[in-house]
Write a protein that binds this ligand. Structure first.
Ligand code: SF4
Ligand code: SF4
Length: 446
C-alpha cells in the first residue's frame, strides 16, 4: 500500500458534511426515496447518518444497508442548492465501511476475485469472456433459463437475466494500436477501452474508434491502460482504485493528446475525478489533476468540434436516457442530444424524467436486483410513453439494464449507445455517396 493510501482520508469529511442544510430539496430527485418513501433512504437521511458516524456512532448493519442501497446516481447533487458533493460523500462512506467492518467470508472472496483479479487483468477478463461466450453459445444459457433452475437460485438467478453477452473478437486485440485519421488529421486522442467493455461491448468500442477517425482524429489505444477503477470507487475499494489510476496515468501521460476519450459515462466520471482520488498522493496529485482535465466523454468531445457533415439519413424515432454519471456526475446533457439531432431523419422524443436512474448503477442491479427492477419498470413506462423505437444512452451498464427493461416491459425497442447510432449514420452516408458516384459515372459521357 502506498503512503498516500492513508485510511483516515477515506471517510466523509466534516467540511463536505457541513454543507448540507437539511432542506430536503433533493428528496424527490432520489430514486430510492421515491420507491420507499423512507427518510433514511433519502440523500438527506443518508447524510444525517454519515454525520452520526463522523461524530463517533458505530457503523451498524443498518447504516451499512442504507448506504449500500444508494445507487450513487448523484441526482441529489444536481438537485441540491447548497452544492453538497454527495457522490464524494457516499464513496467515502463506503470506503470507511470497507475499512471498519468485516464482510462474510463468501462476500470477501467474491469481491477479492472480481475487484482484485478479474477487472484489472486482461488475462482473466479474456477467460471470463470465453466462458461467457461458451455459456450463451453452447445452449447452456437457454437450458438454464428454461429449466426453472434460476428461480431456485433466488437472487443469483435474477442477476443471471442481466448478464451481458460476450462479443468476440474481443477489443483487446486493438490495445496498443494507433488508428489513423480519415482525411486531414485534426486531433490526436487516446481512447480508454474499459475492462468488461473489451469483451461485452467490443462492437461499441470499434464504432467509437470509427466515428473518431471520421472526424479527423488519430486514435491511439495506449498499451499500458487498465480498468479505470470506477466500480472499485463505488464499492469503497479505494486502494485498488488508486493503483489502477496510477497505472492509467503512467500509460497515458507519456504522450500529449488533445483529449483522453471514454465512451462509458461511469468510467468518465471516475477518470475526471482521479485528481480527487489521488489528492493526497505527493507523487501523483498534480499529474492526476492534469490527466482528469484531459478526459472527455465521447459525446462531449464530438459535440465540441466541427462534426464531419457526411452523415447519412436514419429514419428513427429516438428517446434519450441520460446516464446518471454523464448528466449528474459530469454535467453533460446537451452534447448527446446535439449529436442525435445532427443525424438527418432522427426524431428525438424526450421521455419524462430522462435523468432519473434506470437502476443499473454499476453492479447495483446485481446486488440489489429487487430495487433495480422496480426502478426499471417505471423507467420503461416513461420510455414506452414516447413511442420511440430506439432508446439511446451513453453508458454500457445502462444499455444492459435497458435491454433487460425492453425484454420485461418494453415494446421491442432497440437500445444503443449514441455513438453507435452516429456510426450507422456515417456508414449510411458513405453508402449514399458511393451510390451517387455510381449514378453520376453512369450518366457521364465516356
Ligand atoms: S443534500 Fe442539499 S438538497 Fe439535500 S437536504 Fe442537504 S442541502 Fe438540502
Ligand atoms: S446518489 Fe441517487 S440514490 Fe443515492 S441518495 Fe443521491 S439521489 Fe438517492
Amino acid at each position: 500500500m502506498a503512503a498516500s493510501d492513508i485510511v483516515n482520508t477515506d471517510a466523509p469529511q466534516r467540511a463536505d458534511l457541513d454543507r448540507c442544510v437539511h432542506c430536503g430539496l433533493c428528496l424527490n430527485a432520489c430514486p430510492t426515496y421515491r420507491e420507499l418513501g423512507v427518510e433514511m433512504d433519502s440523500p438527506r437521511g443518508r447524510i444525517y447518518q454519515m454525520v452520526q458516524v463522523a461524530n463517533g456512532a458505530p457503523v451498524t448493519p443498518s447504516y451499512e444497508e442504507h448506504i449500500d442501497l444508494c445507487l450513487a446516481c448523484r441526482a441529489c447533487e444536481t438537485a441540491c442548492p447548497s452544492g453538497v458533493q454527495y457522490g464524494r460523500l457516499v464513496e467515502a462512506a463506503r470506503a470507511d465501511i470497507e475499512q471498519r467492518t468485516k464482510r462474510p467470508l463468501s462476500t470477501r472472496l467474491l469481491r477479492w476475485a472480481v475487484f482484485s483479479h478479474i477487472l484489472p487483468s486482461r488475462f482473466h477478463l479474456r477467460i471470463a469472456g470465453v466462458l461467457l461466450f461458451l455459456y450463451s453459445e453452447t445452449g447452456l444459457q437457454k437450458f438454464v433459463r428454461g429449466s426453472g433452475l434460476m428461480k431456485l437460485m433466488g437472487k443469483l438467478g435474477e442477476a443471471e437475466s442481466l448478464a451481458p453477452t460476450a462479443e468476440p473478437p474481443f477489443f483487446f486485440r486493438n490495445i496498443g494500436r494507433t488508428f489513423p485519421a480519415e482525411g486531414e488529421r485534426r486531433y490526436r486522442v487516446a481512447f480508454l477501452a474499459g475492462c468488461m467493455a473489451n469483451i461485452c461491448f467490443a462492437r461499441l468500442n470499434e464504432a467509437t474508434v470509427r466515428v473518431l477517425q471520421k472526424n479527423g482524429c488519430e486514435v491511439v489505444i495506449p498499451a499500458g491502460q487498465t480498468c479505470c477503477g470506477a466500480l472499485h470507487v463505488h464499492a469503497g475499494i479505494r486502494t485498488t482504485a488508486r493503483k489502477l489510476a496510477r497505472q492509467n496515468i503512467d500509460a497515458l501521460l507519456t504522450r500529449k493528446y488533445d483529449a483522453i476519450i471514454t465512451n462509458a459515462a461511469g468510467c468518465g466520471s471516475t477518470l475526471k475525478e482521479y485528481g480527487e482520488l489521488l489528492e493526497h498522493d505527493p507523487d501523483y496529485a498534480d499529474v492526476a489533476r492534469r490527466f482528469s482535465a484531459a478526459v472527455k466523454d465521447i459525446n462531449e468531445f464530438l459535440a465540441s468540434i466541427d462534426l464531419n457533415p457526411r452523415i447519412g439519413e436514419l429514419p428513427l424515432t429516438v428517446t434519450y436516457q441520460d446516464s446518471c454519471h454523464l448528466a449528474h456526475g459530469q454535467r453533460v446533457r446537451t452534447a448527446p442530444r446535439k449529436l442525435l439531432a445532427a443525424i438527418p431523419g432522427v426524431k428525438l422524443k424526450e421521455m419524462p424524467l430522462s435523468d432519473l436512474c434506470c437502476g443499473s448503477a454499476g453492479i447495483y442491479n446485481v446486488v440489489h436486483t429487487d430495487m433495480a427492477m422496480s426502478i426499471l419498470e417505471k423507467k420503461m413506462r416513461a420510455v414506452n410513453s414516447t413511442g420511440a423505437d430506439v432508446i439511446a444512452t451513453a453508458n454500457p451498464g445502462c444499455i444492459l439494464q435497458l435491454r433487460a427493461g425492453v425484454a420485461l416491459h418494453g415494446k421491442g425497442q432497440r437500445v444503443a449507445h449514441v455513438v453507435e447510432i452516429l456510426d450507422e449514420a456515417y456508414a449510411r452516408g458513405e453508402t449514399k455517396a458511393a451510390e451517387d458516384n455510381r449514378s453520376l459515372t453512369a450518366v457521364l459521357p465516356r
